[in-house]
Design a protein. Structure first.
Length: 449
């Protein structure tokens, strides 16, 4: 039986919208121990949605006390390829409700978007998979495996253990990871590279105890000034990363208009861009260093005191083709070389995540590009990089080296994932659901071994 995908899409979308809104109402914040029960409830709701579609479903965890993941399986035609569809049901904290224009846990439609925490990242990924499933019903063109994780927003600490423990149930020919986004409204994308991450806490100490700035200033270096010099050494005058030994590479030839860049970045009026090379090289395929935390006395109430130690957190994004081991070694060497005045340097690696470079060639990618172009009325997808990190993608590549891994998603440049007023563009979401159904159809039509 041939399924009319466009007709079925119109039929299933209202129900998919309702199910997505129900998922958004569940406060599955994996970073909040007080809401662990909500994470469990989210896993149960996800399991039930796929069980209702005839999937064999189970909630699994790497070990007792670990966050819940959902595995669901449904057979297609004999000999058809097996496709694993990934998403995650946990979400980021909503933070200050006052920053939201509508309640974060009550999905609210305004304009062309549905707002709410998780409305895009990544409960819409679950809903997109569910929509593709409902389009085909019991006439699946491929064998399907759902893997819906419950700890992505806190680093996927037990993912490797899950992949090892349940490898026989997760083995697939093609893996579709719905946790990224599109290039723009009306312009689909396949994510083919992601930067890696190294976070390191750095402390410099110049005194054994605090002293009076008038009595000792001018002779004893203060820790804040010393740390400031260390931080300043991390970039050269142009703003490029000055740490020697890090990898950089070329990026796709994609235009990023200045007006769009300023609107999406939130840059203050008059700010100049840092670094050299094309915009997308600086964002996707070159390293970057940011300071995301600083421990020092507050200005209000500060006394005339030299504090003995100051501390910062460095967030370093590393380019595809580099490794976290090399990046840690290069950063450590740089910090040691540029710590002045005999100050004591202490560094602690907080966490790391490998960069990813995907070989976006072969039949599965051809099937995906054709599906996206059809869903977006002839607009071919962009092969885009992502400046952020999704370290678990490298873990999928390592666990299933024979599988074709496709990284896509529901987000767009104004989704505001992780921030206040996270929103899903509803018309684009419908195209995502259609594209996934077309992809499954195309994969089912590939020659069978």
């Amino acid at each position: 039986m041939t399924v009319d995908i466009s007709a079925r899409l119109a039929e299933v979308m209202p129900g998919i919208r309702r199910d997505l809104e129900d998922l958004v109402r569940i406060q599955s914040v994996s970073a909040d121990p007080a809401r662990a029960g909500e994470v469990e409830r989210s896993a149960e709701a996800t399991r039930d949605l796929f069980a209702a579609e005839g999937f064999e479903t189970e909630i699994v965890r790497a070990h007792d006390g670990a966050p819940p993941a959902v595995i669901a399986r449904k057979a297609g035609p004999e000999g058809a390829p097996t496709v694993l569809l990934y998403a995650h049901h946990d979400v980021q904290p909503e933070n200050d409700h006052a920053d939201w224009d509508s309640p974060p846990w009550e999905p609210t439609e305004r304009g062309d978007r549905l707002y709410g925490r998780g409305a895009a990242d990544d409960k819409a990924g679950i809903a997109a998979h569910l929509g593709a499933v409902r389009i085909f019903g019991d006439d699946l063109p491929v064998n399907l495996v759902m893997f819906i994780e419950g700890e992505e927003e806190v680093g996927s600490d037990t993912l490797v253990e899950l992949l090892e423990t349940y490898k026989d149930r997760l083995e697939a020919d093609v893996i579709v990871i719905a946790d990224s986004g599109n290039w723009d409204i009306g312009e689909p994308a396949l994510t083919t590279s992601l930067r890696g991450l190294v976070r390191m806490d750095v402390e410099v100490r110049t005194l054994t105890h605090a002293v009076h700035s008038g009595m000792w200033g001018g002779l004893v270096p203060d820790s804040i000034m010393t740390l400031s010099r260390v931080i300043a050494s991390l970039n050269d005058d142009a703003g490029d990363v000055a740490v020697e030994g890090l990898h950089s590479g070329p990026a796709a030839d994609v235009d990023y208009p200045e007006a769009r860049l300023r609107a999406e970045s939130g840059a203050a009026e008059g700010i100049e861009w840092i670094g050299s090379g094309s915009v997308v090289e600086r964002l996707w395929t070159k390293p970057s260093i940011s300071i995301t935390g600083l421990d020092a006395p507050k200005v209000e109430g500060a006394s005339n005191t030299l504090v003995p130690a100051a501390r910062c957190r460095i967030s370093m994004r590393i380019a595809p083709g580099d490794t976290t081991a090399n990046a840690v070694q290069c950063l450590q060497a740089h910090l040691e070389k540029h710590t002045p005045w005999g100050a004591t340097l202490t560094t602690t690696v907080v966490d790391t995540g490998e960069a990813t470079q995907i070989d976006a060639s072969g039949p599965a990618y051809d099937a995906a590009r054709a599906a996206f172009a059809e869903a977006w009325d002839g607009t071919a997808p962009v092969d885009m990089g992502v400046g952020g990190s999704i370290p678990f993608i490298a873990e999928f590549l390592e666990a299933f080296p024979q599988a074709s891994v496709l990284v896509t998603g529901v987000e767009d440049p104004d989704t505001r994932a992780h921030g206040a007023n996270e929103g899903l563009h509803l018309a684009e979401f419908e195209k995502v659901v259609k594209a996934e159904a077309l992809l499954l159809r195309n994969l089912g039509e590939l020659p069978r071994s």
